[in-house]
Design a protein around this ligand. Structure first.
Ligand code: FAD
Ligand code: NAD
Length: 464
């Protein structure tokens, strides 16, 4: 069996793993990355990027349809149509460009990329099944970046018409009737997209509200939009399984079993769980935190020389968290003093409208014992939002009442995802309300709502 020795072995080539490997390579560490499927991981191949491509195509198609049926902008088009197979091929082209890009960046950083499934034999040794036979890699440091996988409901296993997000991103035609189980991130992002592409969409959500990770002020505009798009949202409803003839979903509400919902596809999006099987975890003596690998603020596990980053370490399962952890771990291995002490990990739901959260909501700030002031500014009063027909939503700022330190910024509205970095930057820089209010925001932009929200919190907003 061939053997390879290195300073750093990264198991998993997602946004956590490949960034850790690139940074380690840049720092001159002899680094090997092992990926069993495709470089870029869930995010690039079957997650963030393909879903946002599909959402964009669906938005464009919805706009074309609106123009075809009359609109105040004076634009007319006739008979718009969407060929999903072509849309998926376009999306695959973007994914391929990014795959190639990651491979090139690893190469540039002098990282050895090994294709094959790796299994940890002990804390220093990994055996990879490559096309040329088994390869043993011995490493001083191991970075576990195995990612996550979709949760499967035992009574509604994937297969046939029951699909996960992975299949939903590569369908060759738009299903007539799509039932989504789980009204969280993926269910609503893809639910909106398929509705806009022409599916009849029903969302079955077990809890009494959609997007339970966000407060109801933020989700209200999304709920309204689901209704106005004609997406049926069934709250407090549990999936029971397929109907006997396999063409629908049996459901249960508080009142007992309700009539089944006919479906051509059933998309199950009830969360993701850390990938902890199939790569030798059981043979390692790692402390766990429930289903995820326990880490400290430097992403060290309970075993010396073994680090863990990204989704395999649990919530929040977001690509930018994995990336930040990966970069940090490489620097710590190289001898730099780092710890994961970020003020916030922003989160964005790419629904219609979008939601951004950074830092503490008013409830979270109050629960943490802060006396707070808040300021909220509606896009209804923002000129740029009017010109873009994006008047639904608002920006909200939460600050300490005593010294005006900004504790959180949230927004809901069309295109607010692009404001997220300014929210995080304000929090990381320890901005006060006066800093935001004293910053000239270019006109006309959606970002002026941030300025106005901070003025509102100070008691003197100009435009409301
Ligand atoms: P992953 O990206 O899961 O990568 C892990 C990699 O490790 C995989 O490629 C896997 O093949 C490989 N691997 C595992 N075990 C082995 C082994 N033994 N040998 C070899 N290779 C192995 N996050 C956002 O921040 N924004 C979004 O908009 C967003 N949208 C999403 C949309 C969807 C539909 C989904 C499913 C997820 C989305 N996410 C989003 C979440 C995001 O994809 C994950 O948080 C992110 O990919 C986690 O990165 P990671 O490096 O920890 O793991
Ligand atoms: P999620 O946790 O966002 O939502 C799951 C939803 O399913 C919840 O509302 C939950 O109450 C509901 N649910 C759970 N069990 C159910 C059942 N038996 N019947 C009906 N409803 C049920 O999970 P997801 O949408 O699968 O996404 C997984 C993860 O992927 C997210 O938590 C996030 O970390 C990541 N992600 C992020 C983005 C983004 O950043 N924009 C996009 C997609 C995915």
């Amino acid at each position: 069996m061939k053997t390879l020795s290195c300073r750093v072995l990264v198991l998993g080539g997602g946004p956590g793993g490949y960034v850790a490997a690139i940074r380690a390579g840049q720092l001159g560490l002899d680094t090997v990355i092992v990926e069993g499927k495709k470089l870029g991981g869930t995010c690039l191949n079957v997650g963030c990027i393909p879903s946002k491509a599909l959402i964009h195509a669906a938005d464009e198609f919805a706009a074309a349809q609106r123009f075809a049926t009359g609109n105040p902008l004076g634009i007319s088009v006739s008979n718009p149509a969407i060929d999903l197979a072509k849309t998926v091929a376009w999306k695959d082209g973007i994914v391929k460009r990014l795959n190639t890009g990651v491979a090139g960046l690893l190469d540039k950083a002098k990282v050895k990329a090994v294709e094959g499934w790796g299994i940890m034999r002990d804390g220093k040794t990994c055996v990879v099944e490559t096309a040329d036979g088994p390869l043993t890699i011995e490493a001083e440091n191991v970075v576990l970046a195995a990612g996550s996988e979709p949760v499967e409901l035992p009574f509604l296993p994937f297969g046939g018409i029951v699909i996960s997000s992975t299949e939903a991103l590569s369908l060759d035609s738009v299903p007539e009737r799509l039932v989504v189980v789980g009204g969280g991130y993926i269910g609503l992002e893809l639910g909106f997209a398929y509705r806009k592409m022409g599916s009849t969409v029903s969302v079955v959500e077990a809890l009494g509200r959609i997007l339970p990770q966000y407060d109801t002020d933020l989700t209200r505009p999304v709920r309204k939009s689901l209704d106005s798009h004609g997406i049926a949202v069934m709250l407090g409803t549990k999936a029971l399984g397929l109907t006997d003839n396999g063409d629908g979903l049996r459901i249960e509400t508080a009142g007992g079993e309700a009539p089944a919902i006919a479906a051509d596809k059933i998309l199950v999006t009830v969360g993701r769980r850390p990938k902890t099987d199939g790569w030798g975890l059981k043979g390692l003596d790692l402390a766990m935190n429930g289903q995820s690998i326990r880490i400290d603020d430097q992403c060290r596990t309970s075993m010396t020389g073994i680090w863990a980053i990204g989704d395999v370490t649990g919530e929040p399962m977001l690509a930018h968290r994995a990336t930040a952890q990966g970069e940090m771990v490489a620097e710590i291995i190289a001898g730099e003093k780092r710890s994961f002490d970020n003020v916030c990990i922003p989160a964005v739901a790419f629904t219609d409208p979008e939601i951004v959260v950074a830092g503490l909501s008013p409830e979270e700030a109050a629960a943490a014992g802060h006396e707070i002031v808040t300021g909220q500014f509606p896009f209804l009063a923002n000129g740029r939002a009017m010109t873009m027909e994006r008047e639904n939503g608002f920006v909200r700022i939460v600050a300490r009442a005593d010294n005006h330190l900004v504790l959180g910024i949230q927004a809901v509205g069309g295109g607010v995802s692009e404001l997220s970095a300014s929210f995080s930057l304000a929090l990381e820089m320890g901005a006060r309300l006066e800093d935001l209010a004293g910053t000239i925001h270019a006109h006309p932009t959606l970002s002026e709502a941030v300025l106005e929200a901070s003025l509102k919190a100070l008691g003197h907003a100009i435009h409301i």
